[in-house]
Write a protein that binds this ligand. Sequence first.
Ligand SMILES: NC(=O)c1ccc[n+]([C@@H]2O[C@H](COP(=O)([O-])OP(=O)(O)OC[C@H]3O[C@@H](n4cnc5c(N)ncnc54)[C@H](OP(=O)(O)O)[C@@H]3O)[C@@H](O)[C@H]2O)c1
Length: 246
Amino acid sequence: MTTSRIAWIAGASSGVGAECARRLARAGMGVALSARRAERLEELAEELRAEGAAVSTVPLDVQHSTSIAQAHERVVRELGPVTDLVAAAGLNAPERHWRDQSMAMFESVIATNLTGVAQLIDQVLPGMRSAGTGTITAVSSFAAWRHSPHAGVAYSASKSALKPLVEMLNTHEQAHGIRACHLCPGDIDTDFLDQRPEVPDAHARSRMLQADDVARAVEFVHTAPARVCVDELVLSPVQGADPLAP
Ligand SMILES: NC(=O)c1ccc[n+]([C@@H]2O[C@H](COP(=O)([O-])OP(=O)(O)OC[C@H]3O[C@@H](n4cnc5c(N)ncnc54)[C@H](OP(=O)(O)O)[C@@H]3O)[C@@H](O)[C@H]2O)c1
């Protein structure tokens, strides 16, 4: 398949990132799959190659800038310049209350959810500027849109900071044809829920967003006409019960 668009997906080994890779590959983009678990990336790559997609697996750790830089260099070498970036890698911890959190974990969450996203964007911007086009999605959280007391201190702070990061990106880079989206999903039935202090059961999960619901929104953002910037998108599961009911 010849592809004029190359999507780099960080966090592609599971959940939302994996579904984004499926959607963007099926939309005709070449896809570069990144995360730490290389074997998961290979399994997904095999599936997508069987469908005719151009795929590279590029393991990385978003907490390390050199790992991101080396991965980006490989993506460009193997597939070509990145036209689309989906930053979906994320981290939380069960210790959500200020009294329980450690500063080491705080730094780790910020390194993954905020600095890691900035580093990924920093890698792709020069190529996007040269090409005069680029679409970026920062997978943030409902917790960045509305205060969510159970989301955790570091997680809420890291995701909330993505909003101004994306706004700055749009302010500074739209003149170069680059657009970015701050994507804020609510609860999604993925492995991420294992990082909660109380892991939801199957019934609770069945009422949540599914990873493909979020990937569908990402596909919408990335396949919109070049004149359209989807600045921010908020998705939440439809509530099954009226919270104000007696
Ligand atoms: N699930 C929810 O309820 C929910 C709600 C709102 C927002 N979100 C956000 O959605 C995004 C995707 O999460 P998900 O729900 O799809 O959960 P998930 O299935 O657990 O996916 C998390 C992804 O992040 C990757 N990752 C974590 N740390 C990394 C690191 N240091 N370097 C590289 N990759 C790393 C993981 O891959 P490896 O472990 O292989 O590295 C995995 O691919 C996250 O940013 C999360 O904050 C989730």
